[in-house]
Design a binder for this molecule. Structure first.
Ligand code: SF4
Length: 442
């Protein structure tokens, strides 16, 4: 029995889905030490801050919240404070944390979170502060018993890092170059999640999933990986994020069309409708290339749900550039957009660009974009009428609902629910106040 058994831990997470999933792995490591989870830092013997540095605001927030922990440490010196995540991987980041925050006991990187148990045991023995950041994982980074909150959708990492160097993004500097997991490890994890743990959706994660396999000795593409995962027996579907338009080929669109187990939804960040802005962002594609993918997807997969990310007010963005983004929205008619006002991230090239757009102008533009998207979404609701979607059937407040691959809810009044989640076809028969209702389409 270790001194950790039966004691509480608390994991505080900042940032994206990647970090959310890494926190699930951290919880798995701590649970395997016999620890119990709490969301109250005051009751925890081990406090882990899984940080993000994509936006400076998130980093400042994490620093401020960390500083607040020093009182806990003063009152209870046995508390062990761990910092991991992107902030520790920045140039000098680990030393900044170590020097600025002397009450932090362990600083580790994103590639050694699966070894957290060993670090804790070592710290408990020697009481010496630990700092260790790996450039690449030692073996497979999967933690077999990751603790996932969501019992329907499970995240699975397939590739770490990024080679793209978009001028606004810090990720390649902190997460390093692309490193794919071995296909056999991914297959084993997905099979276990589906067949032993009953997951209905598997979401494959990576900064750029379309680059999967390029760094492996064994030649395999992302579409080939997807095809092999679809051969796993079971009633489940696969989603993936994020895709980069430069690397998304026809082979992937074909697999999405042909494989019933691949969800008919695609998140394809465009960032801007202006070629001049895309060049400044170093995105490696133009709108003609992007629209070719979109048109092909719509033609081959008529029910596809499309979403995107857009940065508004990137340095040098003129009214004319912004209007091209408006035009793009009207052409694509996304089901969902995630629009962000550009914010400077020091350490990236764009932070030093001239012609920064004033905040007030960014706000005007982002609001205009969101208003337009609302109209498009309302308009798009009509396209659901009389169409059939393969949905995950769930129960909500006593009524059965079908959830489309794109996350749209269709109420199925009067339908007897079998008390377990499963997939079935649902035909939309009614639209009222933007709510959809339908019947099971056998
Ligand atoms: S593709 Fe661009 S935005 Fe995405 S992680 Fe890589 S550098 Fe960042």
């Amino acid at each position: 029995m270790t001194k950790f058994e039966g004691r509480n831990y608390c994991v505080v997470t900042y940032g994206c889905q990647m970090n959310v999933h890494e926190s699930e792995k951290i919880r798995g490591v701590l649970t395997s030490l016999g620890m119990l989870e709490t969301d109250n830092v005051n009751k925890a013997m081990v406090i882990v801050f899984n940080t993000c540095c994509v936006r400076e605001g998130a980093e400042d927030r994490a620093y401020n919240n960390l500083i607040a922990l020093q009182n806990i440490k003063k009152e209870n010196p046995d508390t062990i404070i761990v910092v991991c995540g992107c902030m520790t991987q920045q140039k000098n980041g680990k030393y900044n944390i170590f020097e600025r925050l002397p009450f932090v006991d362990i600083v580790i990187g994103t590639y050694n979170i699966n070894e957290l148990g060993d670090y804790l045991l070592r710290y408990a023995k020697k009481k010496q502060r630990i700092i260790e950041i790996l450039d690449k994982p030692r073996g497979d980074m999967d933690v077999e018993n990751a603790v996932r909150d969501d019992k329907i959708n499970a995240y699975v990492n397939i590739i770490y890092g990024c080679n793209k160097f978009c001028t606004y993004c810090i990720v390649p500097y902190v997460r390093g170059r692309e490193q794919s997991r071995k296909p056999q490890d991914i297959y084993k994890e997905v099979k276990d999640l589906v067949q032993n743990q009953g997951y209905k959706y598997i979401t494959l994660l990576g900064q750029n999933v379309n680059s999967y396999g390029k760094d492996l000795d064994e030649k395999i593409t992302f579409s080939q990986l997807l095809t092999s995962l679809c051969r796993i027996e079971g009633d489940f579907k696969i989603k993936f994020m994020t895709s980069h338009p430069m690397d998304l080929g026809d082979d992937l669109i074909k697999v999405m069309k042909d494989e019933p187990k691949v969800a008919k939804t695609l998140h394809l960040p465009v960032q801007s409708g202006s070629n001049a802005m895309l060049k400044q962002m170093n995105r490696h594609y133009d709108i003609k290339h992007y629209m070719r993918i979109i048109k092909r997807c719509k033609r081959l997969i008529p029910n596809i749900s499309l979403s995107t990310d857009i940065i508004v007010g990137f340095p040098g963005e003129t009214e004319k550039d912004f209007n091209q983004t408006i035009k793009l929205l009207k052409r694509v008619k996304y089901d969902q957009i995630f629009a962000f006002m550009y914010s400077k991230r020091s350490g990236t090239p764009a932070a030093t660009f001239e012609n920064q757009v004033p905040e007030a102008e960014k706000k005007i533009r982002v609001n205009k974009l969101l208003r337009l998207q609302k109209i498009i979404q309302q308009e798009k609701n009509k396209k659901y009428f009389k169409r059939t979607y393969n949905c995950l059937i769930k129960q909500q407040n006593g009524v059965a609902i079908g959830i489309t691959d794109g996350g749209k809810e269709i109420y199925i009044p009067g339908y007897k629910y079998y008390n377990q989640n499963y997939f079935a076809n649902v035909r939309v028969e009614g639209i009222r106040n933007h709510k959809l209702s339908g019947v099971i389409d056998e």
